[in-house]
Design a protein around this ligand. Structure first.
Ligand code: FAD
Length: 288
């Protein structure tokens, strides 16, 4: 299914992101319990991340997308990073995704990781997007965007121009990095409109579950923590249940405001925790 067709509705679409379970946590077989918990939420689609090192031999993203589509009848998007892969390796992954019936790809550069030498066939996500569009045009291609700017970017202007270039290369839909201040998203959306970026932009929402976890995450992705959320993290860091409840309320508050501001879609980073996703979705059921 062409994901972009989903965005013709007046109401925001709600989608979910999952990741392949680690081998020492039961491996791919344990994904069924996550998906059993998520299926009744009727997401517009489920996307599945690709290992950070970009190992093309690891087929778990493809396998999970196939399970999502075939067993749960939910459209799937397979994430795919390129910076650590050769052209031949990307060809292999594209062929195997096509064979598995996966039609949607979130095309990413991937992080530049110390000790992981880039392969130079693909320098940026735009190179992968162009490549997919020329080699396998049957795929619908999504890309990532960054309301607070990508951490490698020297400035917002170049970041927005690079994003416009990704769309010009063929990205048909954007999913944003997590953010905690909706004003950052609205400013970003306005800049995108000025730059002529006119594809659907989904807002990435991350329900926080631990203070140390989110501090680690924002130190990598460059998102900022507003005072309101910092106060919650500081007040409840020793009380996991209270912290979870407060952060679910925070995520719901963000989503209500985004829906009221006509966002195209909400992409919930589920962290493979169906209970949290259920609580959030049930609180905003009538908004979608
Ligand atoms: P790009 O779009 O290539 O941008 C990277 C940097 O280069 C930016 O600073 C940009 O401004 C700049 N740039 C882009 N194009 C050009 C150009 N033509 N010339 C000069 N500069 C340029 N990582 C994973 O490993 N696996 C995942 O599954 C995964 N899923 C993600 C899902 C979402 C929704 C998001 C937001 C991120 C995800 N990431 C994932 C993280 C992502 O790989 C990193 O953020 C990575 O550092 C950048 O990837 P990108 O595709 O946005 O890169």
């Amino acid at each position: 299914m062409n994901i972009t067709q989903l965005f013709n509705e007046k109401r925001p679409r709600f989608s979910l992101e999952i990741f392949p379970p680690k081998k020492d946590q039961g491996g791919i077989d344990t994904i069924y319990s996550t998906l059993d918990g998520l299926k009744d939420l009727r997401p517009a689609f489920i996307s599945c991340t690709y290992g950070a090192g970009g190992n093309p031999a690891d087929s778990s993203t493809r396998d999970i997308c196939r399970i999502v589509q075939e067993n749960y009848h939910i459209p799937a998007i397979a994430h795919l990073t390129c910076v650590n892969s050769t052209r031949e390796q990307i060809d292999e992954v594209l062929d195997s995704l096509a064979k598995a019936g996966v039609e949607n790809i979130l095309a990413l550069r991937g992080d530049l990781r110390p000790g992981c030498e880039p392969q130079h066939d693909f320098e940026y996500a735009c190179d992968l997007i162009s490549y997919i569009k020329s080699r396998a045009p049957q795929f619908y291609v999504s890309a990532a965007c960054y309301p607070e700017g990508h951490p490698d970017s020297p400035d917002t202007v170049s970041d927005i121009l690079n994003l416009k270039h990704k769309v010009d290369c063929g990205a048909q839909h954007l999913i944003s990095q997590l953010f905690f201040d909706n004003e950052d998203f609205y400013d970003f959306r306005e800049k995108c409109a000025i730059a002529g970026i006119n594809v659907p932009i989904e807002a990435g929402i991350m329900p926080v579950s631990s203070k140390s976890g989110i501090l680690r995450m924002v130190s990598m992705c460059g998102a900022s923590i507003p005072k309101k959320l910092a106060r919650i993290l500081n007040r409840y860091e020793e009380d996991p249940q209270a912290l979870r409840d407060a952060c679910i309320a925070y995520a719901i508050d963000q989503i209500v405001d985004l829906a009221a501001n006509d966002v195209d879609g909400i992409h919930l980073y589920t962290m493979n925790k169906p209970e949290t996703a259920k609580r959030i979705f049930s609180a905003v059921e009538s908004l979608r």
